[in-house]
Design a protein around this ligand. Structure first.
Ligand code: SAM
Length: 243
């Protein structure tokens, strides 16, 4: 899958994308990341990318032309019909379902805003979608772009070593993940639940399903209202609520 990121801070992309699962997938060619800096597409000797807002007010606004040229360069490198997505606190909330859906595509161009934001005419003319990673305001779109790419990449075949790794994860089926334990069996903070040492796969599976439902019920009950529960899950939940 191809990612093109339009950013004034390419170094933020390099630092965060070279480590771990994402970095390995780049190395192996499962993912490609190209970065386009609007400053490289300016026409004046100061390489100006922002200016004061019309109408007055605080801060600076990213200018249309350098952004438009950077997006054109990204389009020239991108697979055909690659959508252009603006990172924005005003966008629709980016969630797991979107990550899974987008992982089936061939590419994405992600635009990172800075300052007060970008000239609205750029958004009207060049942006297909706007995504927010949460109801708070960050200083730039680089962290959101990294969040979005990482979440999508985990579902691109070949990114995760073990394809099973993301099957049980939080949010994939509308519940949170169950708790995890590793060696040793005893630590100063306690022991591993017996059932995980039993070797009985059916019991382990039921224990994990119950734990996943219990913590979803306790921490994020809103998730359960968005999901149709199976009969077995309803029984487990009744038992959790009234043991
Ligand atoms: N004035 C803008 C507003 O209130 O909507 C906020 C601008 S913010 C300081 C600068 C840039 O950071 C935005 O253009 C966007 O690219 C990015 N950004 C900030 N918060 C974000 C969020 N929650 N999700 C996605 N992008 C965000």
């Amino acid at each position: 899958m191809w990612f093109g990121v339009v950013t004034l801070f390419p170094e933020l992309m390099t630092a965060a994308s070279t480590a771990g699962v994402f970095g390995r997938a780049l190395e192996q060619g499962v993912l490609t990341l190209d970065v386009f800096n609007p400053r490289d597409y300016t026409a004046d000797r100061h390489r100006t990318v922002d200016d004061k807002p019309y109408g007055g007010g605080a801060g600076m606004v990213m200018m249309h032309e350098p952004l438009a040229r950077a997006v054109q360069a990204a389009r020239d490198s991108a697979p055909a019909d690659t959508p252009v997505v603006m990172m924005s606190p005003q966008g629709s909330r980016f969630a797991q379902a979107e990550a899974v859906r987008r992982s089936a595509g061939t590419g994405l161009i992600l635009i990172c805003g800075r300052y007060e934001g970008v000239d609205e005419r750029f958004i009207d003319a060049h942006v297909d979608l706007q995504w927010s990673i949460g109801d708070y305001v960050l200083s730039g779109g680089e962290l959101p772009a990294l969040v979005v790419m990482d979440a999508i990449a985990r579902h691109v075949p070949g990114t995760l070593g073990n394809a099973q790794s993301n099957i049980d994860e939080s949010h994939l089926d509308g519940t949170l993940d169950y708790p995890h334990y590793t060696r040793p069996e005893e630590t100063s903070a306690g022991s591993v639940p017996d059932v995980l040492l039993s070797g009985d796969h059916a019991r382990v599976s039921e224990y994990r399903r119950r734990e996943a439902l219990q913590r979803t019920f306790e921490r994020r009950p809103d998730l359960l209202t968005r999901r149709i529960l199976t009969g077995a899950e309803r029984n487990l939940l009744e038992d959790i609520c009234d043991p």
